[in-house]
Ligand binder design. Structure first.
Ligand code: PAF
Length: 292
């Protein structure tokens, strides 16, 4: 345990013992998994966990297995002391901050894979990403034990994949999705926003304008997936973003939509602004346009 004002556990056993003790006192455990570099979006997840539980755990672990070989694992921002200072006033009961060797033995050979939901969208553009996510989230869930776990809806596909893993493996964990937190100008909060130059930060707003345009044409009655995708794509093209996908999908199965959209559909975007890859989404028919 560290002597920082938020207790820190570095092993699954210590984490499990403290969570078991909380459950023995009759407290529900709330869990917010993170890779650190915490921002107001993470604090909103912590607040939600506090509303839903009596003992809140935040994990901080930059998980190598979910990064591709050419991705930003090495430069991903790491500042445990800063994160602990951010969490101290938030009333977090425990931080679980293991090191790489604790989470992955040298001869580690086990992976957890959710087929189907992991395959489209991010799965196509980041091969192996979700296998890394589900493997580490499985380890984190086993460290924390039965809990309510809060995931941001910015990573919408991740939320669905984790929920499916929990359902299929019969784990006593309630997976909750929390609304995407946005900056005042609408940009979705993300640790990767720190990579953007001032000019790129301005250009990144094309993502929000695209989602907003799609929401508005949907609200005006447009139900053709290609027409809605075109509305979202146009501002991105004008901002010279390099687009991985702009996709209207079934909000539960992530399947492509070939018939007119129903009352609710996911619109998901992934693109590069400069060298920074950003993702965002909105659920048409469920969420207000991102620009209000
Ligand atoms: O969303 C994230 O920050 C990560 O994918 C997670 C869930 C903490 C797993 O490493």
């Amino acid at each position: 345990m560290s002597d920082a004002s938020v207790p820190v556990a570095t092993t699954p056993d210590a984490t499990r013992a403290l969570c078991d003790a909380a459950r023995a006192r009759g407290q529900r455990v709330g869990f917010v998994p993170t890779m650190g570099a915490l921002h107001a979006g993470h604090l909103a997840l912590v607040e939600d966990a506090k509303r839903r539980s009596g003992f809140v755990v935040v994990s901080i672990f930059v998980n190598k297995t979910q990064f591709g070989p050419t991705e930003d694992f090495d430069r991903y921002p790491r500042d445990l002391d800063g994160d602990l200072r951010t969490l101290a006033p938030a009333g977090v009961d425990l931080v679980f901050a293991p090191d790489g060797a604790t989470m992955y033995a040298d001869d580690d050979e086990t992976r957890v894979l959710v087929r189907g939901l992991s395959e489209p969208l991010e799965g196509l553009h980041r091969p192996g990403h979700f296998e890394g996510v589900t493997t580490v989230v499985a380890k984190l869930f086993h460290s924390v034990g039965p809990c309510v776990a809060i995931f941001g809806r910015k990573d919408y596909q991740q939320l669905l994949v984790v929920r499916r893993m929990v359902r299929d493996l019969l784990w006593p964990i309630d997976v909750v999705g929390y609304a995407t937190m946005r900056e005042r100008d609408g940009l979705a909060m993300s640790s990767r926003n720190a990579y953007l130059s001032p000019d790129e930060r301005v250009r990144a707003l094309a993502i929000v304008r695209g989602l907003d345009a799609a929401s508005r044409v949907f609200a005006a009655g447009e139900r053709s997936a290609p027409a809605i995708e075109r509305a979202a794509r146009e501002p991105l093209e004008r901002a010279s973003a390099s687009i991985d996908y702009v996709a209207a999908r079934d909000a539960d199965s992530l399947a492509p939509i070939t018939t007119p959209l129903g009352a609710r559909a996911l619109l998901a975007v992934a693109c590069r602004i400069g060298s920074t890859r950003l993702i965002d989404n909105t659920v048409l028919g469920e969420e207000p346009p991102p620009l209000g």
